[in-house]
Design a protein around this ligand. Structure first.
Ligand SMILES: [Zn+2]
Length: 404
């Protein structure tokens, strides 16, 4: 951390000012201002290192899942550390480097940044198999994807939670048997508890969810106790409350990340836009180090009520805790006074379940908002194929209290 701070102080205009006249050895991380995408974008030149083009880097881009794409250079060194942490986590499931790896689908964000010789070589070395490429998750494609994954004899399956869940649905419905991998790792989406159940039921393999993001640089994976262990070689993670103070374990706050290897564009106390809860003590699985109790979701994924309040997707998810026949759900809000709950329901979904869900949502949003529920409309997904829990089609007003 000292090394990145020193670099920032010497090479980055913003930190030259912030750390002017300071000896970085005496600087506590908490003294640095929290930054975010919006602040950086206002004046990227202020945040880029002098001569950044000479530092080996790759051009990265965050997906459009937040409707807020962001392009930035990431040091190859930083990328390598994230990738290494990823391999380390994969190996914790019993997979060994070089074992056959099935990439479930090939959504853009799981593809490597370059199609150069090195990345092709790596794919070969890693014994990668892509099972039914693309982002479609209809039953036919999903069954084909599951069968291909089974035929390939992959030791590890890796992909979007929604893709693997759709494979599980297709396999359970058609009653075929697919050879189990040693483990399944899902990534990049909120994993619904119902998805987890069905994935484990269909493929009889342990499922571990990953949480990470490249900007800022955070990487974590669930252990057998469901806690997300952080890769502490990659970054320092803080959870901050609305006043910028560190939250104690158990209390929810903003995820703020300090990348230990990014020099091209240093990410120091960078608020990535997710909310999470830090875990307390040592995890019963025995792994040492910091872990997250849970990740709650993205700030952008919220409904906005006419009174200015926001409702997070975590709170919305609770409305469906009692629903036993819901495969996927989505909340669509075309204007502040109207919310449509879109469901993909299983046979057995009945009037009672429907009115229970509507009742729960009404209780949350209040009588001023119209709530309706449909099981016929297709779910909207991001261009990269990720499932969206909240689709709000008007701009929210920032700075309003959030109902979690
Ligand atoms: Zn653990």
């Amino acid at each position: 951390m000292r090394a990145v701070l020193r670099h920032a102080q010497e090479e980055v205009p913003y930190y030259r000012d912030v750390l002017a006249g300071r000896n970085v050895d005496g600087v506590d991380l908490a003294e640095l201002p929290v930054i975010d995408k919006a602040k950086m974008r206002l004046c990227m030149d202020n945040f880029l290192s002098r001569g950044w083009r000479d530092i080996p880097h790759i051009a990265k881009k965050t997906g459009g899942s937040t409707g807020d794409p962001f392009q930035y250079p990431l040091d190859k060194r930083a990328w390598t550390h994230i990738y290494a942490a990823n391999l380390y986590f994969w190996e914790r499931t019993g997979y060994r480097y070089g074992d056959r790896l099935v990439m479930v689908g090939s959504p853009p964000s799981l593809q490597s940044a370059s199609e150069g010789v090195k990345s092709r070589l790596r794919a070969r070395l890693e014994g990668r198999v892509v099972s039914a490429a693309g982002c479609r998750i209809d039953p036919e494609t999903s069954l084909e994807r599951a069968l291909t994954a089974g035929r390939a004899g992959g030791v590890l399956w890796y992909g979007y939670a929604s893709h693997v869940a759709a494979m599980a649905d297709a396999v359970l419905e058609s009653r075929v048997r697919v050879p189990s991998p040693k483990a399944i790792i899902t990534t990049a989406e909120l994993l619904f508890p119902t998805w987890r159940e069905r994935i484990e039921q269909a493929f009889e393999a342990p499922l571990r969810d990953q949480y990470g993001c490249n900007d800022g640089g955070i990487m974590s994976q669930e252990c057998s106790h469901g806690r997300l262990h952080l890769a502490e070689n990659v970054s320092i993670v803080e959870i901050l409350d609305h006043a910028g103070r560190r939250c104690p374990p158990g209390e929810e706050g903003d995820v703020v990340v300090t990348n230990l290897h990014a020099r091209t564009l240093p990410f120091l106390r960078y608020r990535i836009g997710d909310r999470a809860v830090l875990g307390a003590g040592t995890c019963p699985c025995g792994t040492e180090g910091t872990f997250l109790e849970r990740v709650v979701g993205r700030q952008g994924d919220s409904l906005q009520l006419p009174n200015g309040k926001h409702i997070s997707m975590h709170a919305l998810g609770k409305c469906l805790f009692g629903a036993r026949h819901v495969r996927r759900y989505q909340f669509v809000q075309p204007d502040p006074r109207r919310v449509q709950v879109r469901l993909e329901a299983e046979p057995g979904f009945d009037e009672d379940e429907r009115s229970m869900i509507i009742g729960e949502v009404r209780r949350l949003v209040g009588s001023i908002v119209d709530v309706d529920l449909t099981t016929d409309e297709p779910m909207e997904r991001t261009r990269g194929g990720k499932h969206r829990v909240v689709v709000r089609t008007f701009d929210g007003e920032p700075g309003q209290p959030m109902v979690w």
